[in-house]
Design a binder for this molecule. Sequence first.
Ligand code: CP
Length: 299
Amino acid sequence: MKHIIESQQFDQKFINKIFSLADKLEKKTDNSLKGKIMASLFYEPSTRTRFSFESAMLRLGGSVITTENADKFSSAVKGETLEDSIKIVNNYADVIVLRHYESGASEKAAKVSRIPVINAGDGVGQHPTQALLDLYTIKKELKSIDGNIIALVGDLKHGRTIRSLAYLLGKYKDIKIYFVSPKPLKVGNDIKEYLKRHKIAFEEIENIELIIHEVDILYQTRIQKERFKTDREYKKFKGFYQIDSKLVSKMKSKSIIMHPLPRIDEILLEVDKSPKAVYFKQAKYGLIIRMALLKYLLA
Ligand code: CP
């Protein structure tokens, strides 16, 4: 595997290999990427993905060159195409981690790149490395991925993390997915068709109360302000779902609450102290998963 573009490209053998590498990297120091350089090109804001990739590279002994706000601080401002920028960065680095506002940007980049391109989120497209760390969190916290009932909640129309995770869950057994969203923010047909082809049971609902007692995983997401045309449109949905302690008390005893973060108001702070709340741990797992990916691609 050269480039990491979308979740559909991962099979269970690859996923297990990355998980087992991540398990090992949690426990020991590793300098296997000494002499290698990672370029992180971020055309959209990020805290977790950029810092965890950069920290992962440094922890493996490699080096990092980086531009955040690439749409303002790279030659994109002067009108350089993404493809030309990628060809140039090929001369200076061994791997490119790309976040872009355009769905399909990583695929475009990969087509002109000799070195691996990792999709770190492309608009409303996908976020495959987030999906891997999400799956790893489920494995670590619930011991098994097969057999779980998961509610994907929030802005499912614009949410790239739920899109990538749904594609990955399609590769497992006895999974049931509840897509919980306001009607105008329903998940895309491409995901539903994929799940049907892979015989994964799913339902679309609006009222989270109806299924909260059933789920093993409550995967909450934020309403994505930056994807709405107007503030007025965004405000129609802001605060549509708010997970509070009362709702959490209705969940099964061994269930967990996940969130790709950042959170705005969709999980109240009072929930953070619940043993079910694993979203900060989830972000922490992102570091070893990204170390494992970089080692797999470069070592
Ligand atoms: N989960 C996630 O992608 O977070 P950032 O936007 O902070 O990278």
